[in-house]
Ligand binder design. Structure first.
Ligand code: SAH
Ligand code: SF4
Length: 382
C-alpha cells in the first residue's frame, strides 16, 4: 500500500511529508526494502540534511535512483536569501512546487547571563493567512493554502544546513569547542500563517523535528504561536507534548482587540482566556502572551492596567513587542521608554514580562514582509 502525501497530484510525493513510521511502512511495503534502509534514509535527510538522494552514499546506487524517480527530497526552491547587516539574522524566501511563496528566518543569539547561545528558526505553516490582523504583512496578503508537513520541516532543514556549516567552521578556526556543533537549537512557529488552523500538518512537523534520529530539537525548545483559536488550544493541551505555547493577545479588552484582530469577534477575550486557563491546568505549563505594542492604539498605561488585571494570578509571561511597521499598516513603533513604562505597570500586578528586541529589521524579517516586498516588485513571479 502506498501512503499518500499532500503533494499536488501532478508532482512527486514529498518524502519529508512522511512521519518516521510512515516512511518505514513506505520503504518496506512499496519499495520492498528493509526497515534499516528507512532508518538510513531518515537520518540522511533529517539529521545530516542531505538535499538530494544522489548524495546519500550510504545507500546502494539503484535505491538512490529509485528514490529520486519516485519522490521529491526537497520541496523548496530558494528565491531570495538575505543576511542582516550585523550578521545575526538570515531570511530566505522560497517558492513551493505550485509557485506559492513562503518565508523562513534564522536568528542567532549569543550567550547572555544564564542563557546559552542559540540559533532559532522561525517557520511558516501556511502560504498567506486568512485571519487578517491589521498590523501583519501576511494578514494583508490573504490566505493562499496550507503547507504540508514536509514543506514545514524542509524550512528548518534548510536553515540547519547553514547553522551546522557555520558551527563546523568555527570549530575548525578554534572559535568553538570540539563537540559543540549543535546547529539549530530552537524553532518558533511564528512565520507566515496560523499553525493551529493547519493543525495536523503542524503537529506532524513538530513530531518530525523533535525525533531523536533527526533534527532532534527538544520539545521545550519549540514554541507555537497562535492568534487564539480557543478550541484548538484545548486540543493542543491534550497532545501530551512539552512544547511552549504563545498566544497573540495584543489588547486587554474586546473593543481594542477587535479593531486589529477580526478573530476576536469569534473568540472574544473571555473565551480565549478560559481556553488558556484550561491549557495551564491540564499541562501545568505557563503560557506566553504576545503583545505587539502599537503606538496610541494599545500601548497606553490604561491598557497596561487592564492587562495587569486580566492576567494577574495566571501562570504566564508577557512578551512586549514594538511593532515592525508594514508597508500598508498605519501603525508606529512604541518607544523603548513607553514600552518600559508599560512593563513597570504590569509588574505592579505581578505579571512578568520582557520587552523583546526585534531582529532583522533591515531585512524585513517581520512576518510576511519579505514576500510582500517581492510580490510588490513582481520579482518572484518569474
Ligand atoms: N498566526 C500566528 C503565528 C504567526 S504571527 C499568530 O498570529 O500568533 C507571529 C507573531 O508575530 C504574532 O504574535 C503576530 O501577532 C506577530 N506580528 C505580526 N505582524 C507583526 C508586526 N508587523 N510587528 C510585530 N509583530 C507582528
Ligand atoms: Fe495570521 Fe498571525 Fe498574521 Fe494574524 S498575525 S494575520 S493570525 S499570521
Amino acid at each position: 500500500m502506498s501512503i499518500s502525501t499532500d503533494a499536488p497530484p501532478d508532482q512527486k510525493p514529498i518524502i519529508l511529508d512522511f512521519s518516521r513510521s510512515e516512511l518505514e511502512r513506505e520503504v518496506v511495503e512499496v519499495l520492498g526494502q528493509s526497515k534499516f534502509r528507512a532508518k538510513q534514509i531518515w537520518q540522511a535527510l533529517h539529521r545530516e540534511c542531505i538535499p538530494d538522494f544522489e548524495s546519500v552514499t550510504t545507500l546502494p546506487k539503484g535505491l538512490r535512483e529509485e528514490l529520486a524517480r519516485r519522490y521529491t527530497s526537497d520541496p523548496l526552491v530558494k528565491v531570495m536569501h538575505l543576511t542582516s547587516a550585523d550578521g545575526s539574522t538570515d531570511k530566505a524566501l522560497f517558492r513551493l512546487g505550485d509557485g506559492e511563496l513562503v518565508e523562513t528566518v534564522l536568528m542567532r543569539y549569543s550567550a547572555d547571563g544564564h542563557r546559552k547561545a542559540r540559533k532559532t528558526v522561525c517557520v511558516s505553516t501556511q502560504a498567506g493567512c486568512a485571519l487578517g490582523c491589521t498590523f501583519c504583512a501576511t494578514g494583508q496578503q490573504g490566505f493562499r493554502r496550507q503547507l504540508t508537513t514536509g514543506e514545514i520541516v524542509a524550512q528548518i532543514i534548510f536553515m540547519q544546513r547553514i547553522a551546522l556549516a557555520e558551527d563546523r567552521s568555527e570549530v575548525k578556526d578554534g572559535a568553538r569547542e570540539l563537540g559543540s556543533v549543535q546547529g539549530v537549537t530552537n524553532v518558533v512557529f511564528m512565520g507566515m500563517g496560523e499553525p493551529l488552523a493547519n493543525y495536523e500538518n503542524t503537529m506532524s512537523a513538530i513530531r518530525s523535528i523533535n525525533d531523536a534520529n533527526g533534527l532532534a530539537v527538544g520539545a521545550r525548545h519549540i514554541t507555537l504561536s497562535t492568534v487564539g483559536l480557543a478550541p484548538q488550544i484545548v486540543r493542543l493541551a491534550r497532545e501530551n507534548i512539552q512544547i511552549n505555547l504563545a498566544v497573540s493577545l495584543h489588547a486587554p479588552d474586546d473593543a481594542t482587540r477587535s479593531q486589529t484582530m477580526p478573530i476576536n469577534r469569534r473568540y472574544p477575550i473571555s473565551v480565549l482566556l478560559d481556553a488558556c486557563r484550561r491549557y495551564v491546568e491540564m499541562t501545568d505549563r505557563r503560557i506566553f502572551f504576545e503583545y505587539v505594542l502599537l503606538q496610541d492604539q494599545n500601548d497606553r498605561l490604561r491598557h497596561a492596567r487592564r492587562l495587569g488585571e486580566l492576567l494577574s494570578g495566571m501562570l504566564c509571561h508577557v512578551n512586549l513587542i514594538p511593532v515592525n511597521p508594514t508597508s500598508e499598516g498605519p501603525y508606529q513603533r512604541t518607544s523603548r521608554a513607553d514600552a518600559e513604562r508599560f512593563q513597570l505597570e504590569l509588574r505592579r500586578y505581578g505579571v512578568p514580562s520582557t520587552v523583546r528586541i526585534e531582529k532583522g529589521i533591515d531585512i524585513d524579517a517581520g512576518c510576511g514582509q519579505l514576500r510582500a516586498r517581492v510580490v510588490d516588485s513582481s520579482f518572484a513571479a518569474r
